[in-house]
Design a protein around this ligand. Structure first.
Ligand SMILES: *Cc1c(COP(=O)(O)O)cnc(C)c1O
Ligand code: SF4
Length: 339
């Protein structure tokens, strides 16, 4: 027994620290509610509401939440609520038309010049408002060989200048897997840029490893990283360090947020989020109108409110600190600016 224990300990010790943070993430509503000293009723409701899209949140993110506050804006992004079970007209399982945009397994092509790879279904957190919470991830490729049709499709279209790695979260792949995929993409002469859409630098900052930074810095492709923070309290010291490592590697970092009821739908929060991002040298890119995904209707902010908030932001911030407020329409040729 002792031998087994010590060998599994050494395997564990050999895991990169970020994978250990994934392994120890909280998956149980009761554990989360106990940790945060929340009422028992909330815990029971969360267990029920989380059955189809389960709770998943890393310890480091939980550590930023306020004790005993069911309205905490970080908690609300991850805690299943009974409202999710309501069937609301207009809220569907594929709100952005991903199915009709698929041109090969794992490949989505909606906009000219860009192609998006759904690299994995895994994420470092389960956001309750996720527009892909019902996505058929099992149909996407699971190995480099299975990516070949998607890569062939990109290579056959010289107008595709940018490949976006999305998911799920592409940084849930290992550095070795990412390096292999990036190399295959870089071998396509018409591709110029590699963009990564990820929430990992915010959820598990240790994910920004020196190997990852080096791989992006040394690629033939111009790299961009788009992170996802919704509230200024997400951007603590550890996140700042991870982002600084990317920026010191010469990698531009942008942020996208989703406008969410009770989380960031007030002027002070949005202004402070932009200020904090700029402090970290991250450019605010998009503020998304929440996609109408089944289970998240209760988190919607009306577009009229969003427009008013963005108009107010413009009065308080330099132009570069105001994100573009957009909505995704299934058949539109780009994200639609709303104000
Ligand atoms: C949002 C999205 C993109 C990227 O759009 P940008 O406006 O370039 O950020 C690309 N492909 C798909 C399928 C998308 O949903
Ligand atoms: S990180 Fe992105 S893809 Fe993953 S659950 Fe959150 S919103 Fe969805």
């Amino acid at each position: 027994m002792a031998i087994v224990t010590s060998s599994s300990d050494s395997v564990r010790a050999a895991l990169p620290r970020w994978q250990d943070a994934v392994r120890t993430a909280i998956r149980d509503a009761a554990e989360l509610c106990d940790r945060l000293h929340l009422p028992v009723a909330l815990r029971e409701a969360a267990v029920e509401a989380g059955r189809s899209f389960r709770l998943f949140v890393p310890q480091a993110f939980v550590a930023k939440m306020r004790l005993g506050d069911p309205a905490d804006p970080l908690l609300r992004q991850v805690l299943p609520l009974p409202d999710e079970l309501a069937d609301v007209a207009g809220y569907t399982r594929d709100p952005v038309g991903d199915r009709q945009a698929s041109t090969a397994p794992g490949l989505l092509q909606k906009y000219s010049g860009r192609a998006l790879l759904v690299t994995t279904g895994a994420c470092a957190v389960h956001c309750r408002y996720c527009f892909r919470r019902h996505f058929p991830y099992s149909e996407a490729p699971h190995s480099l060989a299975q990516w070949q049709p998607a890569l062939d499709q990109i290579a056959s279209d010289p107008t595709v200048h940018e490949v976006i790695l999305s998911g799920g979260d592409p940084l849930m792949l290992t550095d070795a897997q990412l390096a292999q995929l990036a190399e295959q993409i870089a071998a396509i002469p018409s591709v110029r840029r590699l963009r990564i859409h990820t929430r990992l630098p915010v959820m598990i900052p240790e994910r920004v490893t020196p190997d990852l930074v080096r791989m992006l810095r040394d690629s033939r492709l111009t790299p961009l990283v788009v992170v996802h923070a919704n509230h200024p309290r997400e951007l603590d010291r550890d996140v700042a360090d991870a982002i600084a490592a990317l920026i010191q590697g010469g990698i531009p970092v942008l942020n996208q947020s989703v406008l969410l009821r009770g989380i960031n739908d007030d002027l002070a929060t949005l202004v402070e989020l932009s200020e904090r991002l700029i402090d970290l040298r991250v450019m605010p890119y998009y503020l998304h109108q929440m996609d109408r995904v089944a289970g998240a209707a209760h988190m919607t902010v009306p577009e009229s409110t969003g427009r008013e908030l963005v108009a107010q932001m413009r009065r308080h911030l330099p132009g570069f600190a105001v994100p573009l407020y957009v909505r995704e329409e299934p058949s539109a040729p780009h994200k639609l600016p709303l104000g």
